[in-house]
Design a protein around this ligand. Structure first.
Ligand code: JFZ
Length: 644
């Protein structure tokens, strides 16, 4: 799923670190894995962890769930599949949007009375347990005299973004729009200007689609915004209100539903409604939100966080949403039957945070965007403007740099469909348009050669996007190799256009060795049996030999405190009649170019010899795999078989 920066270096370092046994100073030297010879019948033995997996509380695997249960479209009773696709078309073509988190919390910038919040800035009221009566005093300070809607929209435009989604009301309950329903709104501030109205007009003027975030379930200003028991309690305002007397029906009736009506009535067409943190609402309540939304804005696009924010629980027959919102800042690369939108931050917070200057670079922005596009997803990149109405300068600069690349090379991103290949490549990402595929090369191959195994369609010509100069290539069977010698290399990514005359692209989707004889087994090409925690791949070997086995997995969890769960499970790799114990260690670490906060960990587990050409099956057994950052299990990316 990710372009592999330093891929070669990575492989080299795996090999070197293993050879020199210098994995980590603190740890004991690595003993060579014990390889057990078994007969074929033994390979299908019961998984040793099966009992553990049967324990109550074991979660359904997220990815397995999607692969087997996602219907081909979101089932909204009032429209056909074709109507759904037509309604989604602009959004699917757009690929890239600007998220804006702005509100009273922007005044605090992550600090209240000298105390710095340890969590995301817009949660400060909740995290630092600020009483509502105190927090509300910020209303008198909200006076963003520098705010200029046209300026914000032109930043989005220059960044190459096609839509904007802004917090009309976040969890604190404060509305950035003129609300008759609640006085806790922008009209009660010294500023007294309807920010939503101004932004909507500016977006219309500059041709940017306009969406609204609305915190429909959480509201720290309402004495009745009850969410639920257990961990969900933390999402409520327990400083001022007592959950035992909260009545959610009253909150919904008095604030959430009527405010939703306001924002969907008073500003003309709203293109997206970004509900968030809907976990805790029941199906009837969610249905009511859908009903109001569709009644007032029939063509609007609804986020999946109208229900449970990450999950499978809302994916039943009563689907209420149009696109899936995975966990923030996390890209799983799953090929879902419905499009997804990865929401990400430019630093570590959504709302403005003055102490966080670790800004995402243009390369990361482009990487996340194009990785998403190649797997049927959009990228909604956030910016948290300051209380004076200006956006922080550095992320704006970075957005514009990425935007300049898009201006020149955007044809390889906008309006494309996802990669036709089920697997990923080391050098970058594939997108498609009629009669052509685009290869965005992020990692320039050391040998100047691009491997595109799997393509059967006869290629007509290959050229750099925006140039007619032909690039040399060789096509033999399923192997297309492109010679990059002398090809102009662009900053960040170099988009190549592979053109063909066939109307339909022919792909050999069987996994095989690549042009360098290595084998790449991506998680997204695996068959995963969650009950026995087994991932398996079947692939062809045409050039036999000895291969090093390297398991690559991602850190996961909270982006401020990523964890790596690789060492928590024990299992084995079974391939070519051998069982190789797999006790994963942090042998190598590299930056995951798409995940930003989360490192990619390489674990060397041993080697395997394929004596002759043929079809083989590799099974990774004993590892629960949960690709999403909150699901339990290994954040498996891929297994690499590197030919010696
Ligand atoms: C939610 C909000 O609480 C947050 O303030 C921000 O608006 C963000 C866009 O959405 O936070 C979440 C919701 C879901 C996950 C993480 C943060 N998640 O599933 O990983």
């Amino acid at each position: 799923m990710n372009s592999k920066y330093l891929q070669k270096l990575f492989i080299l370092s795996v090999v070197l670190s293993f050879m020199s046994c210098k994995v980590k100073q603190q740890e004991a030297p690595v003993a060579p894995p014990k390889i057990v010879e078994v007969t074929t019948s033994e390979i299908n033995e019961e998984n040793p962890y099966i009992e553990e997996l049967k324990q109550p509380g074991y979660q359904t695997n997220f990815d397995a769930y999607f692969k087997s249960h996602t219907p081909s479209k979101v089932e909204i009773p009032y429209e056909t599949e074709e109507e759904y696709q037509a309604r989604m078309q602009w959004w699917k073509d757009a690929k890239y949007g600007m998220f804006i988190h702005w509100g009273l919390y922007s005044i605090l910038g992550g600090e209240y009375n000298g105390e710095v919040t340890p969590k995301i800035a817009e949660w400060i009221q909740n995290t630092l347990k600020i009483p509502a009566s105190e927090y509300k005093k910020l209303v008198d300070q909200f006076n963003p005299t520098e705010f200029d809607a046209d300026e914000w929209v032109s930043v989005a435009k220059e960044a190459g973004m096609k839509y904007m989604v802004i917090t009309s009301k976040h969890h604190d309950g404060f509305a950035l729009f003129n609300s008759k329903v609640s006085e806790y709104d922008v009209m009660s501030t010294p500023f007294k200007r309807d920010i939503i109205k101004e932004l909507k007009e500016a977006c219309d003027k500059q041709g940017i689609k306009f969406g609204l975030y609305y915190s429909h379930a959480i509201d720290w200003d309402s004495p009745n915004a009850y969410i639920g028991e257990g961990q969900l309690q933390d999402r409520m305002n327990l400083v001022d209100f007592d959950p035992s007397t909260m009545d959610r029906a009253t909150y919904l009736k008095e604030k959430s539903f009527p405010q939703l009506r306001e924002i969907l009535t008073n500003y003309g067409t709203i293109d997206i409604i970004w509900f968030d943190m809907g976990k805790g609402l029941d199906n009837e309540e969610i249905r009511e939100f859908v009903k109001i939304t569709r009644e007032l804005q029939p063509n609007i696009i609804i986020s999946s966080r109208i229900g449970d924010e990450v999950g499978p629980t809302s994916l039943n027959k009563d689907l209420y949403f149009d696109f899936f919102t995975p966990s923030d800042n996390y890209f799983t690369g799953d090929d879902l039957a419905i499009p997804f939108e990865m929401a990400g931050t430019t630093n570590g917070s959504w709302g403005y945070r003055k102490d966080d200057t670790e800004w995402r670079k243009p390369l990361f922005m482009l990487n996340a965007l194009i990785a998403s596009a190649s797997r049927n997803g959009n990228y909604l990149l956030n910016i948290g403007p300051m209380a004076n109405g200006l956006m922080p300068a550095e992320p704006v600069k970075n957005l514009k740099i990425a935007g300049a690349w898009l201006k020149e090379n955007g044809a390889s991103v906008y309006g494309t469909t996802p990669s036709p290949f089920p697997w990923n490549y080391d050098w970058g990402y594939v997108t498609e348009k009629p009669n052509k595929i685009f290869l965005n090369v992020f990692t320039w191959p050391k040998n100047n050669q691009i491997d595109l195994n799997g393509l059967l369609t006869k290629v007509d010509k290959i050229h750099l996007l925006g140039s007619t100069k032909q690039v040399k290539f060789k096509q033999e069977g399923r192997f297309l190799t492109i010679d990059l010698t002398g090809v102009e290399r662009k900053e960040f990514a170099t988009p190549l256009v592979v053109e063909y005359k066939d109307t339909k692209l022919k792909i050999d989707d069987g996994i095989s060795q690549n042009a360098e004889n290595n084998i790449r087994l991506d998680r997204i090409t695996s068959t995963y049996l969650k009950d026995i925690a087994m991932s398996s791949w079947t692939f062809k070997v045409h050039t036999p030999g000895t291969f090093k086995i390297n398991i690559v997995s991602n850190e996961k969890g909270n982006h401020h405190k990523p964890v790596w769960t690789g060492s928590e499970q024990k299992g084995s790799v079974q391939v070519a009649g051998k069982i190789i114990p797999a006790h994963l260690k942090r042998d190598t670490e590299m930056i995951n170019p798409t995940l930003f906060f989360y490192k990619e960990i390489g674990s060397y587990v041993g080697e395997i010899e394929f004596l002759k050409a043929g079809t083989y099956t590799l099974q990774l057994k004993g590892f629960k795999v949960g690709a999403d950052k909150w699901t339990e299990g290994l954040g498996l990316e891929r297994i690499e078989l590197i030919k010696e």
